[in-house]
Design a protein around this ligand. Structure first.
Ligand code: ZN
Ligand code: ZN
Length: 454
């Protein structure tokens, strides 16, 4: 194997009050990642382009050098399940959501509180699949609030969904969006009509469904509506990555890796049984790290590159839980990165660690902020690394104070503190990445710039 690309979903962040104005990545103790940082370069990346707020699919499609117009989230997610698609089938990504009513159309929660259990989603989906439409369709839950809808037949995808949160890099609204045709074709209008009929019927089926009555009694939000986005009828035309393996375990990433010609290694995600979605995420993260290590150990001789996508780190950003995000990062460091620290140097494997986009806790959403990039390229450690090892192990706050001083002082003082400033440059975080040697990278150039995929 020549290289491993680790994407930590939603990695980038902004300073958080709960972490003493540090970002989760700055606050997290990650000695193994810092080990790699000390032997490589840092930079920062706009996954799509500056000013653009990416969804996960837009980010990975772009990072792997593809044009966004050649892909759709619906198709990728459907291809990440066992659904068989034929040409003309319209696929959409769906969220179980909570709204007040069809008339008012206010979205109370885009994810039904993120507490929908696997069993509840399955029961609601059965009810949804009984709805009568003028065409065939399949509705498939894919974990927590996520699902996929496929309408069978010759539909048009020149439409916008009712999920107004996501429209090509622009931020959300709290109202249900209207399905809209983006061309004058009759078939497109027909598609819009069918989707509208479906969404309305779903509300009537779900709103007073016993599962939702039960949820209301428990003080939980009802999953009474479906938000749909990413309509697609064509197989995404993506670049082929033949000698790559991928560890991915959510429909989008599985579908993307499959469609890109990678060999996908996946596992069954733990079911959400109680209502503590973070308990479920922690179990999922444990499984993901453990599984990634095993796959890399077993298969590194048979593939040139690996794309490992760790999904859990995105969620605490959406929920403004910086401590949770920090502890997830520390867990990944103790498991996956500890393994890589021992595994990659003797095998001379290069490593990229980055995010697909920033999900700053205080914004509770993706943002256009660049993501930090770490490129470990098997170079000898920088001279300062031993001394900083001491600081980072015993007094992480020391470095922070030094930083503040540097910024606040005049240039002479800066000269005095230069040594210390260098010392801080080894921790992998947003700030150091901005000053890193790799500089600014556009997502589409990442693999080229790092010599991956050669
Ligand atoms: Zn993402
Ligand atoms: Zn996200």
């Amino acid at each position: 194997m020549k290289g491993i690309l680790v994407i930590l979903d939603g990695l980038g962040d902004l300073p958080c009050k709960q972490l003493g104005e540090k970002t989760p990545l700055e606050a997290a103790e990650m000695p193994n990642l810092d080990f790699l940082a000390a032997r490589g370069e840092m930079g920062y990346m706009y996954p799509v382009k500056p000013g653009f707020i990416p969804q996960s699919d837009e980010a990975i499609v772009s990072i792997f050098g593809n044009d966004l117009n050649n892909s759709s989230r619906g198709q990728l997610e459907a291809r990440g399940t066992d659904l068989k698609l034929i040409r003309g089938d319209l696929a959409l990504r769906v969220n179980f959501a909570t709204i007040d009513s069809l008339e008012k159309g206010n979205i109370i929660d885009r994810r039904a509180g993120r507490t929908l259990t696997t069993l509840e989603a399955e029961i609601l989906s059965k009810a949804i699949n009984k709805i009568t439409l003028p065409c065939g369709f399949v509705f498939k839950p894919t974990g927590q609030h996520r699902a996929v809808l496929v309408l069978r037949g010759g539909f048009s995808d020149n439409i916008t969904g009712n999920d107004s949160a996501y429209l090509m890099g622009i931020r959300e609204s709290s109202k249900i969006g209207a399905f809209k045709a983006t061309d004058d074709d009759e078939n497109t209008q027909y598609t819009v009509n069918i989707l509208k009929e479906f969404a309305d019927k779903v509300f009537h089926v779900l709103n007073n469904h016993p599962i939702n009555e039960e949820r209301r009694k428990k003080g939980l939000l009802p999953a009474n509506y479906l938000l749909m986005r990413g309509a697609g009828i064509e197989t995404p035309k993506l670049k082929f990555y033949k000698k790559w393996l991928s560890v991915s375990y959510m429909p989008l990433e599985i579908g993307f890796a499959r469609t890109s010609g990678m060999k996908v290694f996946s596992f069954d995600y733990p079911k959400l049984k109680g209502f503590d979605s973070y308990q479920n995420l922690r179990e999922g993260l444990e499984k993901a790290c453990d599984f990634s290590v095993k796959v890399l150990q077993k298969n590194h001789k048979d593939f040139d590159y690996a794309y490992v996508h760790i999904k859990e780190t995105d969620f605490p950003g959406h929920d403004n839980k910086p401590l949770e995000k920090k502890s997830m990062l520390e867990y990944i460091d103790k498991t996956l990165f500890e393994f890589l620290r021992k595994f990659v140097p003797p095998n001379r494997i290069r490593v990229i660690v980055t995010g697909d986009h920033s999900t700053p806790c205080k914004l509770k959403d993706h943002s256009a902020d660049p993501v930090p990039v770490l490129f470990y390229n098997v170079s000898p450690p920088k001279k300062k690394s031993k001394e900083t090892g001491f600081f980072s192990r015993f007094n992480p706050y020391q470095k922070k104070n030094a930083d503040v001083k540097i910024i606040g002082n005049d240039s002479e003082a800066m000269g005095d503190l230069k040594g210390e400033m260098k010392a801080t440059a080894e921790k992998f975080c947003e700030k150091n990445a901005k000053n890193g040697k790799l500089g600014m990278i556009l997502g589409k150039d990442l693999l080229e710039k790092t010599g991956f995929n050669k």
